[in-house]
Ligand binder design. Sequence first.
Ligand code: EPZ
Length: 429
Amino acid sequence: MKPKKEFLESGFLMSRIILKNNGALRGEVTVSGSKNSALPILAATILTRGKNQLWGIPALSDIEIMYTLLESLGAELLHLSDHVLIDTAPIRSHTTPYELVTKMRGSFLLAGPLLAACKKACICLPGGCPIGSRPVDLHLKGFAQLGASITQEHGYITLACEKLTGAKIYLDFPSVGATENLIMAACLADGETLIQNAATEPEIEDLANFLNRQGAKISGAGTDTVHILGVDRLSGCSHTVISDRIEAGTYMAAFAISHGKGRVKNIQLDHIRPMIAKLREMGVEIAEEPSAVLVNARKKLRATNIKTMPFPGFPTDMQAQFGGLLSVAQGTGMIVETVFENRFLHVGELQRMGANIRIDGRTSVVQGVGQLTGAEVQASDLRGGAALVLAGLCAGGVTKISGVEHIERGYENLVGKLQLLGADITLED
Ligand code: EPZ
């Protein structure tokens, strides 16, 4: 009997990914635009109060939620074949709806632009998520230093100001989201803002390039000290978001775990250095090309050690995927997760596939096994779900992955792209 529509919508019987080990992946895959660059840039269109054209925005559920949030505020969006036209002049509301914010933590990136452009922002607290409590204290501390009043009640944070004034802000942790929110708020503040101990991820630089193209005066983005000279207004522009370094790393890992050979295209080498280095340590041959890497993983993988760090260190968003690789590597590898407090949720599912992993706090010790066995497993977060897909590519037998909605948050057409590389992977309705 076909499950009732409401069950499917509730996520109770969402579709599953069915994977059978079909040997080495072969061919070429093109990486889509970066989810974590597109989200802050979409939020930043609010600063313009005019029209922006954006190319390279990936078709992901998180992006759809951001589109819906912008429309709920009053923005008008026109989706064309390869780009989106966003007009934020009609925005009249400064309150984000609870049912949307709880679906996507990146919604909190609307706080800075709404505060700067509308002098008020009423944002539902994003709450935690599977990988950690995800506080926003650093965002709020920075907004207060820029002169915003902050009140919290009924699960909402309300920010208000007459006019933001530039400040010298030190971030206790190089938070990506806090750096992005404060850069966006400072663009329209009076005077100069300095953000010290800023995050240096490539997505910060992409956001600053977009804002400068609109007339902002930002320097130092991509370093740990960002300087913003406030301006009166920003005007619309056209921009293409950078490619997704985490998607790139995930396909590099897919070639590696399946002992395949292939090209990952549309990448920026400087954004994926940690993944290149670690795969080479594991015995994978990586040839670098101007905007691609050629991965050749004929040999058995060797274990290595991973410690996640803010950029340019090894990205926490690649930790789960490398846990999958280490599960079938020769020897024992150790993973230390320094960024989030609860990012081993996928380990239990890998263990059900035969992985030999021991967790002790933020450290996991992975002893490689000969082969994993296919199983019915559950994805509980985006990157953990990707790790289960990688495990299914090399496991003996069939792997059925539920919780596909988590994976679709961050990987555009994952099933289709893997099928083109020869994977035996389908989406079961
Ligand atoms: C961004 O999240 C990314 N999301 C995450 O990617 C990524 O894992 C993370 O940066 C780290 O690189 C987007 O860009 C949409 P943080 P963000 O603020 O901004 C603590 C994915 O899979 N912290 O750098 O939320 C926080 O608890 C997602 O694509 C505070 O304590 O990350 C965490 O331990 C997952 N107070 C650490 O900093 C704050 O006010 C890093 O968080 C803010 C953060």
